[in-house]
Write a protein that binds this ligand. Sequence first.
Ligand code: NAD
Length: 557
Amino acid sequence: TSAPLQITPGPQVAPRGPERRCKTWKAEAALRMLLNNLDAEVAEDPGNLVVYGGTGKAARTWDDLRAIVRTLERLEADETLLVQSGRPVGVFKTTEFAPRVLIANSNLVGHWANWAHFRELEEAGKMMYGQMTAGSWIYIGTQGILQGTYETFAASAAKHFGGSLDGRLVVTAGLGGMGGAQPLAATMNGGTCIAADVDPARIQMRLDTRYCDELSHDLDAAIDRALEWKDAKVAKSIGVVCNAVDLLQRLIERGITPDVLTDQTSAHDPIGGYVPSGMSLEQALALRASDPAEYERRSYATMVRHCELMIELQAKGADTFDYGNNLRGHAKEAGLANAFDFEGFVPKYVRPLFCEGKGPFRWAALSGDPADIAVTDRIVKELFPEDKALLRWLDMAAERIQFQGLPARICWLGYGDRAKAGLAFNEAVRRGEISAPIVIGRDHLDCGSVASPNRETEAMKDGTDAVSDWPILNAMLNVASGAAWVSFHHGGGVGIGYSLHSGQVSVADGTDEAAQALERVLTNDPGTGVMRHVDAGYEIAENCARAKGMDLPLLES
Ligand code: NAD
């Protein structure tokens, strides 16, 4: 019964502590995570409601944000709020076991699923770009992608460099909300990293949050510095203020071949995200506003050049992969026939994990107290003592990750293990070892929750890359299983027209009801990932399903 929250435009701060203002912890958790997405430490541009990933937003307008907050504050224990592209559109009587919020963001019928049509609707105030965890209120800052990036670089090291990136040069670009994880992921693997970003403010944010070590405005000086570190096997990173293509071009001119090469500029959005070369950031922003069509043309032309340079460096020996921003897809659209000459990171390094239901499981402490995350870290270590990579990750995370907003943790866990962790957290909340409920969710980039042919479902064994029945089944099953909120989005990661995906978030509030819901949701949700990969014919998934006794009618035992 606290006073209603007053929302004014600008960065937000989520309420903290063990007292709730909403009538249930499920609604309270949704409210806190929504506002946490817009915390100054978390969001890339909170003044415009933008969380990360180009223009990925948490709510459509400030009025919508206010209305969502007011509605969550009054929502009864047997009511469900419906949110359509960041706008609260209805409250319906459901049951106590149903989700408190159902969210659909940026969805368009296939024939109209393109940026041009989306932008018309967005300008008319009818839609919002939800990205993946922006519009579904479970973004936790750059940590959310850190472990995935760390594991991907580790997989590259294992395959090509004897297990470590010591004395190796990692080259990339894009130091935004997600891409900002790259320098730290590289140095955690022992490597040296140089990363280009056109926007010095973005690099500065990575320095402030300890994801990157140095910033330079001088391209050659930055390259020299990186080479010095590499030769001395110093695991440090430098962000250089320039366009990605200028960095790659200069490396080629100087005869330098990276050991690992990737990219996380916001290439999924040719107008709102990616920045063309040949002009300053200020000039680009002015052109974006005055002549979007010309901006788009230049953006596509730069993406073509960007891919060509990556292909050239791959030919010289760099371990090159696409990092999920659809750079190749857009370069191909713009006429580069061989844009897909380098592979995506999912078929190259992540799919075997998906086959076992592993994916970016995450949780946040609604108390706001970092000590609660320390308790969860300890619980996970005690549950899985045999998983050495996991233990190493948790030690490194505790030491090197600065929390952004509500303290949180990411941890790739598979089928069976997610439910174990969720139930153990719930017990710790019940016993008072954790001071307020824990919210448990995941990225939409997960094993069973996404259809995205240029990323998560690239090169599926049975050619079903574009089949989007799977994420819909995932969303429906999460609703039936009693998650706290469930979302279904279009266009995240790779842009409008290229992906469909769902998310779920659950709450461990220490009650028996929460334990039952957690067991169902955290088993079923990754279970759809195993199921999807069994259906596509992956043997690892079949073995996993058999070992875990899953009930898949057409799988012979
Ligand atoms: P963001 O919008 O926060 O940051 C993008 C950054 O790229 C900005 O700092 C921008 O200044 C910079 N940039 C744009 N064009 C550039 C250019 N030509 N040269 C140099 N810098 C340039 O986005 P984000 O959240 O960091 O996500 C980056 C991309 O990765 C997006 O396309 C996103 O959809 C995708 N993504 C990938 C994963 C994954 O797991 N691989 C996960 C989430 C998002």
